[in-house]
Design a protein around this ligand. Structure first.
Ligand SMILES: Cc1cc2nc3c(=O)[nH]c(=O)nc-3n(C[C@H](O)[C@H](O)[C@H](O)COP(=O)(O)OP(=O)(O)OC[C@H]3O[C@@H](n4cnc5c(N)ncnc54)[C@H](O)[C@@H]3O)c2cc1C
Length: 486
């Protein structure tokens, strides 16, 4: 009897076997399954993965290949044109269908429409399955049928849909094709840096499904119950650190949602709710990018396109290097460089500092994050930066400008976070750690702090910078108009 035809499963931001609707459906055909990943950065244009994301992806792909081997399969890697590789892998294996998880946002949508056209022209079935989101952005809309631009009604509308579906069990067995198609090796993708700067990333992270599972377990056991209090304190491990796993899809949002929901009495109801709310911020970000794809580069509030950003290369570089003279900003930027991740509270502080204190554009901050974050995500990054600049949906009002010293004192009162990433200030008493320039000379000397020598003087006066930002913002035409295209 002739066997069933093969199905290619095109893996992109869904690098796992657990809770994978496309992979599960492919196994249910009863035929062979060919897992395929195509590396084609040129087609992603300026949104090709940045350096830290490439490092992550290398390890995540390696982990996925190992998991697939355990299920009797392998991961075929190709590079170059997506559509040519999709068609040629189908031809080589006699596959009659390509299944994929939907990606949201402009890059994924572009890939999907090119794949659909090429595969249909080649007589190959093309099926898209639900992707990384709990709630389909195409279904969630205001009463007037328009996209949401404010989070709380969006949250209500999502949670009003009922619980997201339960996660599917992991795929444990795949039927191999009669002959595996050829592919390239992981090393051929050249995802790792040539001059290796990744030791800090490797110390901080274990990419792959096992690392994801361990991070979720740690969060549920140690931090979930106190999430509302802990999530704002960068010196403590009070958040889940699941963002890179959620971005690359080594862990599904459904798995996380239900793990938190079913934690029972181990997690307070209000703490579970607070965490699920953050997961829905991720949905909100994707919702916005889906409906306003231009916002990856342009402000959602159109009037901000005319904002007089400064070109300040020296200021931008000092910010990137964590040499601003504001300890909480410097600690955050150094945490980012060293570990490929930054605490959410500190992301807000450093973003505010760049756009409000230095008047450097949110786009250049977003570009630096894009290159250095292991969780770089076009939707979340765009939302975060536009929020900080005041030009996005549900953004901070223009007159709210974070004071980095007060933020540090409030959210890192003992200075443990600053001490960890800015060791040259490590011996300052907590009283002065967020404002070393104000510490009496003998305190500075006793702590070994030499301003302008081993730690910079503050690069701006925050009070003056704040006045300058407010003046620039006030001069903008129709500042408070609603977003264009809303
Ligand atoms: C300027 C700026 C840039 C950002 N860039 C990114 C980015 O590129 N990638 C990214 O994943 N997040 C980004 N964020 C959002 C947030 O900082 C991270 O998701 C969070 O710090 C990840 O840590 P965690 O997994 O421990 O979060 P938790 O507090 O444990 O939250 C759980 C999950 O909810 C989601 N989430 C939490 N907060 C947000 C938020 N504010 N917006 C959207 N989703 C959220 C994330 O998927 C996160 O993993 C950015 C925020 C700001 C202010």
């Amino acid at each position: 009897m002739k066997g069933r035809a093969a199905t290619v499963v095109w893996l992109r931001e869904d690098l796992r076997l657990d809770d994978h609707p496309a992979l599960t459906a492919a196994t249910e055909t009863g035929g062979p399954v060919v897992p395929l990943h195509i590396w084609s950065p040129a087609e992603d244009g300026r949104w090709a993965p940045g350096a830290a994301s490439r490092w992550w992806q290398h390890h995540a792909l390696h982990d996925l290949d190992t998991a697939l081997a355990g299920a009797g399969a392998r991961l075929i890697l190709r590079k170059g044109s997506m559509v040519e590789n999709l068609v040629s892998v189908c031809r080589a294996t006699g596959a009659v269908a390509v299944y994929a998880s939907r990606r949201y946002g402009p890059v994924g949508a572009g890939e999907e429409s090119r794949a659909a056209a090429a595969l249909r022209a080649a007589g190959i079935e093309w099926r898209l399955f639900p992707g990384a989101l709990l709630f389909d952005p195409a279904i969630i809309a205001t009463g007037a049928g328009r996209p949401y631009q404010v989070f709380t009604p969006f949250w209500r509308q999502c949670t009003g849909q009922g619980e997201p579906r339960a996660p599917l069990p992991p795929v444990t067995r795949l039927i191999a094709p009669a002959r595996w198609p050829d592919g390239v090796t992981l090393a051929d993708l050249s995802l790792l840096p040539v001059r290796d700067w990744s030791a800090g990333l490797a110390r901080a992270w274990t990419p792959g499904a096992a690392g994801a599972k361990a991070a979720l377990k740690r969060f549920l056991a140690e931090a979930a119950d106190t999430y509302p209090e802990g999530r704002n304190m960068p010196g403590a491990d009070g958040t889940s650190r699941l963002s890179p796993y959620l971005h690359s899809g080594e862990l599904s949002a459904h798995r996380v949602w239900h793990a938190v929901r079913s934690a029972g009495r181990a997690v307070r109801a209000d703490a579970a709710e607070a965490y699920l709310r953050q997961l829905v911020w991720r949905e909100f970000a994707q919702h916005l990018l889906h409906h306003f794809p231009h916002t990856a580069e342009q402000p959602l509030r159109g009037e901000y396109a005319a904002f007089p950003w400064l070109v300040d290369d020296a200021g931008r570089r000092a910010w990137q290097k964590g040499q601003t003279g504001f300890p909480i900003v410097d600690a955050g930027m150094r945490q980012l460089w060293e570990t490929g991740w930054m605490h959410n509270r500190v992301r807000m502080i450093v973003a505010s500092f760049l756009v409000k204190d230095l008047l450097v554009s949110w786009q250049s901050g977003a570009a630096w994050f894009w290159d250095t974050l292991v969780d770089a995500d076009l939707a979340n990054n765009t939302l975060g930066w536009q929020w900080a600049a005041g030009c996005g949906a549900d953004a901070a009002p223009y007159f709210r400008i974070f004071n980095p010293t007060l933020q540090g004192e409030r959210f890192d009162p003992e200075g443990s976070y600053v001490r960890r990433y800015v060791p040259e200030l490590g011996r300052l008493p907590a009283r002065w750690i967020h404002q070393p320039a104000q510490a009496p000379g003998d305190v500075q000397r006793a702590a070994g702090v030499r301003l302008g020598d081993n730690y910079p003087e503050p690069m701006v006066s925050h009070t003056a910078a704040r006045m300058r930002a407010l003046a620039a913002l006030k001069r903008m035409p129709s500042r408070r108009e609603d977003a264009r295209g809303a």
